[in-house]
Write a protein that binds this ligand. Structure first.
Ligand code: SF4
Length: 429
């Protein structure tokens, strides 16, 4: 490939795992003299790294492809590829007028070879791919580090096991080497990633053990992880989180519904009482922990009384924050075939009611912090000249613009801006 023809543009949609994968792709390309540019118009290669988990994310990708028709007309040599879950989920996209190739999630290692030799088609995947030897170095204060790929749970609404395959855990030595290289490149916060991270297992080493080992690397100021499944929490996880100072007491634990009937239909494998027991254990060991969740409303068969149970569960548990969605049918999943699909209008109304309830709780919980002091690591710029950081529970805290990125301060919370606590700097921590 000529050097002048090696400019690429990459756009990432969806979850943290996709953001991490984009860093893996960049790492592969940059090693081979490719250069990243900031717009499709400047690029020889346009990559859309996509998400298929929800209809909305997928629609954005299709809209983007349509908007690239003009570019393809004036620059027909531009190679346009769809990467990620949509590439796997929609093989028919290869017939789209602007799409040259599809690269599903486990095919990125074959990308370069493919670009050299072919123009149209789907890049073959490596079934057991872990990208284990590829260390990203994004030069960021906060970086993701993937430790598992894929998922063995078959929640009835989810495409992930079909698009990303079964769970694979990376060897611990590769994880530790990548963590060390992130710290060397300036990272102070590492967030370990996996679709179901608590299922990590490699030759007798489980998730709490890998957490301890990464936390022991000098220079890791904050260590978090995403995402946990309530059915897979290792026994000693909370005691490890509570014992190690740099592991944030932050737990993102998707509840999805407060109705046992709906949880069964979702194939989640737990009941509300099991979930509440887990939260009680976590809060006993980490009284000030930060708890967030995911909720889906309007799942097929969800009646008003089921939805009411979700509202009641939210009020009882009092999540610090929740990511809330109206159910959308995904072709190929079991729930897409379920009878009693809930009307779109009802799904939307339930979502609004849920958001209203959670927003009140989020605001109340933020206000409870007023007057308290927090140790905050500054991670980036906020709005209106403020700085944003995280406390030891992974909560976002805002402070004055004079704060230096990468520095830890003792901050006294004095108000709440929207949902975000804001505080003044007392001193460096
Ligand atoms: S745990 Fe369920 S929702 Fe999460 S990725 Fe696996 S199948 Fe999807």
């Amino acid at each position: 490939m000529e050097k002048s023809k090696n400019k690429f543009y990459i756009r990432t949609y969806g979850c943290q795992m996709n953001k991490y994968d984009s860093e893996v792709i960049k790492n592969l390309l940059l090693k081979l003299n490719f250069r990243e540019v900031s717009s499709p118009e400047e690029a020889d290669y346009v990559f859309l790294n996509t998400c298929a988990v929800r209809e909305h994310a997928e629609k954005r990708v299709f809209g983007r492809l349509d908007s690239l028709k003009g570019l393809k007309r004036v620059k027909p040599d531009t190679v346009i590829g769809v990467l990620g879950c949509v590439a796997k989920y929609h093989p028919e996209l290869i017939g789209h007028p602007v799409v040259d190739f599809l690269a599903p999630p486990d095919s990125y290692r074959n990308l370069i070879q493919w670009l050299k030799t072919k123009r149209k088609g789907t890049i073959p995947e490596n079934e057991n791919e872990e990208y284990s030897d590829i260390f990203i170095s994004p030069n960021k204060i906060s970086s993701y580090l993937s430790i598992t790929r894929g998922c063995n749970y078959f929640c009835s609404y989810c495409v992930v096991p079909y698009t990303r395959g079964r769970i694979r855990s990376r060897p611990p030595e590769d994880i530790l080497e990548e963590a060390q290289s992130l710290v060397n490149s300036g990272t102070k916060e590492i967030i370990l990633l996996g679709q179901n991270i608590n299922a990590y297992h490699y030759n007798g080493i489980d998730f709490p053990e890998i957490l301890k080992r990464v936390s022991s690397i000098k220079g890791v100021k904050r260590l978090g992880f995403l995402t946990s499944h309530p059915g897979d929490l290792p026994k000693e996880l909370f005691s490890v989180m509570a014992a190690f100072d740099n592991i944030t007491n932050y737990l993102h634990l998707p509840l999805q519904s407060g109705s046992d009937k709906i949880l069964t239909r979702m194939n989640r494998g737990y009941k509300l009482k099991d979930y509440i027991k887990i939260i009680e254990e976590a809060r006993n060991l980490m009284p000030d922990s930060n708890l967030t969740t995911d909720i889906i409303v309007g799942f097929p068969g969800e009646k008003e009384e089921d939805f009411q149970k979700t509202l009641d569960a939210m009020k009882r548990i009092r999540f610090d924050q929740a990511y809330m969605f109206a159910y959308s049918n995904r072709k190929g999943t079991l729930s897409a075939l379920f009878p009693n699909q809930v009307e779109k209008k009802v799904r939307k109304q339930r979502l609004q009611r849920l958001i209203y309830t959670q927003n009140e709780i989020t605001r109340e919980k933020a206000r409870e912090l007023i007057g308290k002091e927090r140790e905050v690591l500054i991670l980036g710029e906020g709005k209106k000249g403020c700085k944003l950081g995280k406390d030891r529970n992974g909560r976002i805290i805002m402070t004055d613009g004079v704060a230096k990125i990468g520095t830890e301060y003792i901050i006294k919370i004095n108000k709440v801006n929207g949902w975000v606590p804001f505080g003044g700097i007392k001193k460096e921590a």
